[in-house]
Design a protein around this ligand. Structure first.
Ligand code: FES
Ligand SMILES: [Fe+2]
Length: 374
């Protein structure tokens, strides 16, 4: 199944030209099953997706489990202190091995008690060692290619993506002084929303809606009028969300930060589905993945510098993020409904500082989905 004709035409137009009037994608882009199947394969399985934070598993043997893009995964710290991302599917007859979070010396499947080392090697398979032809080496849990970026763990499921660093060349300059690697998770949450994944990613990453949708939450800090886009790269885009004059800013920042960096949140989108609002002492991030054309999964959290935990503000920061996420969710439920209408059409985008990130994203999608055929 391939994307519908109107979406193909819009992608082809974007792929060929950069000087065309910026318009939103056809509604079928947001509710077609053929489109989402292509996206899952080309953008997500062949790209880099964030599975969480290294600080969620600080000790050897710590693990947590997630399901992403239909795959059950174990994220763990092995005996060497390295992070392993493993398939959570037993090599005997397919049971899921672990659930939740915890700390283990090894992983044991609850079905017939096959056990695995923390790096996924099979350790023991009761009685099966008497089976003719049994080869222990073929029973390693599949392990995924990974890259740690400022504490966020990214994986490439197919093993075919370009190196992570080449995907984000240029982005580190905007992020490094915030030192997100020194922040830690408050409370990761996973939610499913009945909305196309792109609606949420685009919404998180455009400043046009900040003032109208977040009138009493984000607008007093980061109004639409102060958004300033930065140039995007092959695998990312972003903008600076400058603080308003009335907002006193965030203290407890890293000494490396410039004055400008201390008075803005840096908004970054690592394609396809990682988005983050990085402030001087904390960050809200989401790893957004599709579950179907009209359902997304978001695994999201607030991470913060140690001083934010010490001053007792961490819980309040998480509550604040929940409140503006709810404002977004309510709006997006209406958007998804509207996009199913036969009268929905392509709209004109606001200038680059406000919706240029969305325009960058369309170019990335068209490049990825059409580069093999044009
Ligand atoms: S399915 Fe895991 S031990 Fe049998
Ligand atoms: Fe929002």
């Amino acid at each position: 199944m391939s994307p519908p004709a109107d979406t193909q035409a819009a992608l082809a137009e974007l792929h060929k030209a950069t000087d065309i009037t910026p318009r939103s994608m056809p509604p079928s882009f947001y509710n077609d099953q053929g489109m989402v199947s292509e996206e899952i394969e080309q953008l997500f399985i062949n790209g880099w997706v964030c599975v969480g934070r290294a600080d969620e598993i600080p000790e050897i043997g710590d693990y947590y489990t997630i399901e992403m893009l239909g795959e059950p995964l174990i994220i763990t710290r092995d005996k060497t202190g390295d992070i392993s991302v493993l398939s959570n599917v037993c090599r005997h007859r397919g049971s899921q091995i672990l659930s939740g979070t915890g700390n283990n010396k090894r992983f044991t499947c609850p079905y017939h008690r096959w056990s695995y080392e923390l790096d996924g090697q099979l350790r023991a398979a009761p009685l099966v060692d008497q089976t003719p032809g049994f080869d222990k080496k073929q029973c390693h849990l599949p392990s995924f290619r990974k890259h740690e970026w400022y504490g966020w763990i990214f994986i490439n499921m197919s093993g075919k993506a370009d190196a992570f660093e080449s995907h984000i060349t240029g982005l580190n300059d905007y992020v490094k002084n915030y030192h997100p690697e020194e922040m830690r998770s408050i409370e990761p949450e996973t939610e499913n929303w009945p909305i196309n994944w792109k609606c949420l990613a685009e919404n998180f990453m455009e400043g046009y809606h900040l003032t109208p949708v977040h009138r009493h939450t984000l607008h007093p800090m980061t109004p639409t009028r102060l958004c300033e886009k930065v140039p995007g790269g092959a695998g990312y885009t972003g903008y600076k969300s400058h603080y308003s004059e009335q907002f006193s800013g965030r203290k407890q920042y890293h000494p490396d930060m410039t004055e400008e960096e201390r008075s803005q949140s840096m908004m970054v989108w690592v394609y396809p589905g990682f988005v983050a609002a990085i402030s001087p002492n904390s960050a809200v991030y989401m790893s957004i993945t599709p579950r179907s054309a009209t359902e997304l999964q978001t695994r999201w959290d607030v991470i913060a510098r140690e001083a934010v935990f010490e001053s007792g503000e961490a819980a309040e920061r998480l509550e604040f993020a929940r409140s503006f996420n709810k404002e977004d969710r309510d709006r997006l439920l209406d958007v998804q409904k509207g996009l199913a209408s036969r009268y929905a059409s392509r709209g004109y985008l606001a200038p680059p500082d406000y919706e240029g990130t969305v325009w960058d994203f369309y170019h990335y999608v068209s490049h990825k989905l059409l580069s093999t055929t044009t």
